[in-house]
Ligand binder design. Structure first.
Ligand code: COA
Length: 243
């Protein structure tokens, strides 16, 4: 097992699975500028390490997967605009979306703001029964900026995405399952085991197949069906011609 400890994120690679732990439990794993920098390095390591064939992301502590952006960095110095500028300079979300390895999110407790948005950048989302989801940004004088306005409508559909984004209301795990925001809900004591087994199953699969399937879906979503079918044909042919 290879372990790397950053200030706010822990990374362990074990049997092909990169375990990424958001590690600010005292602050409900709120996403701050340090976490952005740490996550950026972690994602680069995941992208570049051929030993990593699947990723499992979770949050430390009993209370939260991630309680959203660190509000203590907003509205003070640096100002909200400067804090956000800093986030954009390192395009952690663009990097995340460009990695064609399967990501699994294991979510418990509070999953708010960028917590939801990080989950949306994952391919499979497992929640425990205690999970509570919400996008409170509009009530805080901003809009989501970790991809949420784009990923939510693509995954849930426009109507439920607008409901969550415009009202900021919190929803329980059961409603999240009904909306398609999560794939599965399990008892809290089974969350990490269930998500870990899933990540191990994905890691055991042919990485080129995982990558091609993910590419076909993510690139195919935004193009006409005809172009999507051509994309699928190209990817399938490339796989068939592997020596
Ligand atoms: N940014 C910065 N600090 C946060 C935070 C956030 N988004 N969420 C929680 N914290 C900190 C609290 O300030 C507190 O720190 P302290 O112990 O130094 O005072 C600690 O985490 C625990 O928070 P607390 O509110 O006491 O825990 P709780 O379990 O009662 O409630 C939440 C948890 C998540 C419901 C509540 O903290 C909350 O509403 N947080 C803000 C969520 C939010 O609006 N996020 C922004 C999304 S854009």
């Amino acid at each position: 097992m290879v372990s790397s400890a950053f200030e706010t994120v822990l990374l362990n690679v074990d049997r092909g699975v990169a375990h990424v732990l958001l590690d600010r439990p005292d602050k409900r794993n709120a996403f701050n500028v340090q976490m952005r920098d740490d996550l950026f390095q972690v994602l680069e390591a995941i992208r570049d390490d051929p030993e990593v064939r699947a990723v499992l992301i979770s949050g430390a502590g009993e209370q939260a997967f991630c309680a959203g952006a660190d509000l203590s960095e907003f509205g003070t110095a640096p100002s909200q605009a400067i804090a956000r500028q800093g986030r954009w300079e390192r395009d952690v979300w663009g990097l995340w979306a460009s990695i064609h390895k399967p990501f699994v999110a294991a979510m418990h407790g509070y999953v708010l703001g960028s917590g939801v948005e990080m989950a949306m950048l994952c391919d499979l989302r497992i929640a425990s029964e205690d999970a509570v989801f919400g996008l409170p940004e509009v009530g805080l004088g901003m809009i989501p900026a970790a991809g949420g306005t784009q990923t939510l409508p693509r995954i849930l559909g426009v109507a439920p995405a607008l409901d969550l984004l415009l009202t900021g209301r919190r929803i329980a795990a059961g409603e999240a399952l009904d909306l398609g925001l999560v794939h599965r809900v399990v008892a809290k004591e089974r969350l990490w085991e269930t998500a870990g087994e899933l990540a191990e199953q994905l890691a055991a699969r042919d990485p080129q197949l995982m990558s091609a399937a993910k590419t076909a879906v993510s690139q195919g979503t935004d193009i006409p069906l005809e172009a999507g079918l051509a994309l699928e044909r190209r990817l399938a042919l490339r796989l068939a011609l592997r020596s």
